[in-house]
Design a protein around this ligand. Sequence first.
Ligand SMILES: NC(=O)c1ccc[n+]([C@@H]2O[C@H](COP(=O)([O-])OP(=O)(O)OC[C@H]3O[C@@H](n4cnc5c(N)ncnc54)[C@H](O)[C@@H]3O)[C@@H](O)[C@H]2O)c1
Length: 278
Amino acid sequence: MTTLRQPQNVLVTGGCGFIGSAFIRFLFRQAGFSGKIVNLDLLTYAANPDNVAGAVDPARYTFVQGDIGDSELVSRLCREHAVDTLVHFAAESHVDRSIVGPGAFMQANILGTYQLLEVVRTLSHIHFHHVSTDEVYGSLGPTGLFSETTPYDPSSPYSASKAASDHLVRAYARTYGISTTLSNCSNNFGDEFKLMQQLTTVRHIQSMQTFCYLSKRLLTSCGPNLYVFALMGWLRNEQVDCAQRYGRGGKWQSPLCRIQSLLITVVRHKRQCAATLI
Ligand SMILES: NC(=O)c1ccc[n+]([C@@H]2O[C@H](COP(=O)([O-])OP(=O)(O)OC[C@H]3O[C@@H](n4cnc5c(N)ncnc54)[C@H](O)[C@@H]3O)[C@@H](O)[C@H]2O)c1
């Protein structure tokens, strides 16, 4: 067991996405965090820079539009901003898109992670936190939960690419001794979720998955949130075992179709409310 130092300057990849932006907002609200955040995001179709607007301290925040695969850029940002912690969210993350076009997922999720690890290998004081998914374990049956010891059984090009990136992270930790942690969280949905896009593209609607709700309000008021809590263990200087995996789940199992109908109800309700205000 190793005690990690309190992070000073954090490079967040994919910080304009759904979860990365929640992490940035949350981190800026932590009294114990006085460092800087560099947000490296390619601004793909999935990004929404408004997710972080207004929630960052401009004096301690830098946004850079760029690719995690650009090793020169990543290396320069790490040096210029004295980065000591890299939290890696950037990914192609939508399962159905991976079925239609797997190439982009292999490029961003496998090669992108590999290229980041290569940079960290040369800057070995940096701690690397890899954000992964419980989809690397496949689908849940009618009962049961995933745990850190569940065998990998990815069932889509997306989850296979995330599984490959997990293996790379663990292999780099063991081979080169770089400091890493890895979280495999369940599905999140919440305020910035690209709702309609997800609803219209999800195909595996009968598969049983675990969900937790990621609320902007809860995060901005420092309330409890499963995923971000999962990531905060090492930030809080707790005893964490480097090179280990940390699973976090909402313990709320549901077929995707049930989540879909719940979300459709919410959207309809919001639209009706908006219509009555006009
Ligand atoms: N959303 C979930 O429910 C969920 C659950 C478990 C794990 N995860 C993982 O969390 C991470 C973030 O998921 P999300 O839902 O926020 O994704 P998202 O699709 O909302 O955001 C991904 C972000 O990464 C950026 N990006 C993509 N490719 C990039 C590249 N090559 N270089 C730089 N930036 C790039 C995009 O522009 C976008 O802002 C992913 O690694 C995903 O596997 C997500």
